[in-house]
Write a protein of this length. Structure first.
Length: 280
């Protein structure tokens, strides 16, 4: 069975960089960076990773210099052979960990940059490190916590999104509502991300729906806030966000397209498109 290429992006909140996970197959993922300055773009293909990277547990630092990820798979030779899964912090597009925290299972792992001085890592039930120890990574203080105020959202990534609607998980009742719709505005249009809840339940039950497939995206524009699906005729949008210039960035298959305005989007005329297959 041939895997469909899938992309997840991470926009630096205070920088001019986007980092992408390009899952080319179920066994190979590339780390790719896209730097931009005004109208100039520079794409660099970095490391090739054999194994699984969990896209909902990753994050990019505000300046775009560091990428935090949770992975499971074959470890590199310099790591202990018993290493099963780990949280790493790297300098993209290289995925070699500058700092690494081993986990004994996948209940925890990964985390989020809280701000330009703090990041949190979810230690999980059986961390192979001392979670009571104070740790630092360059200028960042590391917090090990499962508390809600630090907990990453299990179905979302990125910064600047607002949860606008919740839904009830029938397995846990109203005590533990989960997000349904997130919104993000560039001042002119509003980007909407919706959790496909039935697909989420299937993924929890062990079926084939994966972390890259849990969301659908749409755009609201104009005074009447007309809603337009971001799924093109030739595929499904797996990820979308605004860069720091307010441009829409969206991923379909192996391609990332950039739109300066809604008019170009409605005409299916991107200002620039990168097909990652042409760079690998």
């Amino acid at each position: 069975m041939i895997s469909t290429p899938k992309i997840r992006g991470y926009v630096a909140a205070q920088g001019n960089r986007i980092v992408f996970l390009y899952r080319r197959s179920n066994k190979i993922t590339y780390l790719i960076s896209l730097d931009y300055k005004k109208e100039k773009f520079s794409l660099e293909v970095g490391s090739r990773f054999y194994g699984r990277i969990y896209p909902n547990r990753c994050d990019l630092s505000p300046d775009g210099n560091y990428f935090l990820y949770f992975a499971m798979g074959k470890s590199q030779q310099q790591y202990e052979k018993k290493l099963y899964c780990w949280t790493g912090i790297c300098s993209p597009p290289k995925i070699k960990a500058d700092m690494l925290f081993a986990h004994g299972d996948t209940w925890g792992g990964g985390g989020k940059f809280i701000d330009s001085r703090t990041l949190f890592i979810a230690p999980g039930m059986y961390p192979d490190f001392d979670k009571t120890k104070d740790e630092r990574f360059h200028t960042y203080r590391i917090i090990f916590s499962e508390k809600p105020e630090y907990q990453y959202n299990g179905w979302a990534s990125g910064h600047g999104w607002t949860i606008s609607e919740f839904q009830i998980d029938p397995r846990h009742g109203p005590r533990y509502p989960i997000p349904k719709i997130w919104t993000k505005s560039n001042g002119r249009t509003t980007l909407c991300r919706c959790l496909n809840y039935q697909d989420f339940l299937k993924s929890k039950d062990g079926n084939t729906v994966g972390s890259y497939d849990l969301h659908s995206y749409s755009l609201k524009y104009g005074k009447r806030q007309i809603e337009h699906s971001l799924d093109p005729l030739n595929g499904v949008c797996k990820w979308a966000d605004f860069d720091t210039k307010g441009r829409l960035i969206m991923a379909v298959g192996s391609e990332v397209s950039i739109y300066k305005n809604v008019g170009n989007l409605l005409k299916s005329r991107s200002d620039i498109t990168f097909d990652f297959e042409n760079y690998i």
